[in-house]
Design a binder for this molecule. Structure first.
Ligand SMILES: [Zn+2]
Length: 219
């Protein structure tokens, strides 16, 4: 799942407006922000499947127990929420961020083929395989994304022109990345996947920039 994770980050701003949109983007994508680092370090492994039947299944996740096992997700979510709590002393926001990090695994569980480990070293792999149907995936993810945008726009308003352009610029950027990953050729090698994956951090910085230029609406 890709734009569906952003949808959760956008909608969270409506549910609990205190954390920055950048912090929310970091939380919902946290597993995918760690993954390219572990790939480039050679700790986790992926292979390209040029003949995949579904455009969502061009990558075969050979192993990613540190970034994408259920147990490590709980560890990352707890670390993430713990650091936020230490910095802000806000239990409600910290709890919401914990759920955002964990939501990544839940959404991946619905979409991935059974390749998600429950724990590092364990042999059980899970996943319900929504990705087998590209049409269903695009419909569900797009509906989530639209709902996320709607809720975010109800929760905040632009302080200035930058607040409008930065927000819509990000939406276009994320959609272009989504469409090109679907329609474009499969990535050439694992290094390229890793370096492209690190671009995810750009959306976090972008989220902080948007947040600085928008205010929370009166609820
Ligand atoms: Zn993921």
């Amino acid at each position: 799942m890709f734009i569906g994770h952003f949808a959760v980050g956008l909608a969270s701003k409506k549910a609990e407006p205190k954390p920055s949109l950048g912090t929310y983007f970091m939380a919902v994508s946290f597993l995918d922000l760690l993954w390219p680092i572990f790939l480039l370090l050679g700790v986790e492994h992926v292979e390209v499947v040029p003949t995949a039947a579904s455009p969502f299944e061009k990558l075969n996740f050979i192993d990613y127990p540190l970034s994408h096992s259920l147990l490590m997700t709980i560890v990352w979510a707890t670390l993430f929420a713990g650091v936020y709590w230490m910095l802000r002393r806000d239990g409600r926001s910290a709890a919401w961020l914990w759920m955002c990090v964990a939501s990544h695994w839940v959404l991946d569980y619905f979409t991935h083929r059974p390749d998600l480990p429950l724990m590092p070293g364990g042999s059980a792999l899970v996943g319900l395989g929504l990705w087998n149907s590209a049409t269903a995936t695009v419909i569900i993810e797009s509906a989530m994304f639209i709902a996320g945008i709607y809720l975010y726009l109800r929760a905040t308003k632009a302080k200035n022109k930058t607040g409008t352009f930065a927000f819509w610029g990000l939406i276009v950027f994320v959609l272009l990345a989504y469409v090109s990953s679907l329609l474009g050729p499969p990535p050439s090698d694992v290094k390229t996947i890793g370096w492209f994956g690190l671009l995810g951090w750009l959306t976090v910085v972008w989220g902080y920039w948007i947040n600085k230029n928008r205010v929370v609406s009166e609820q």
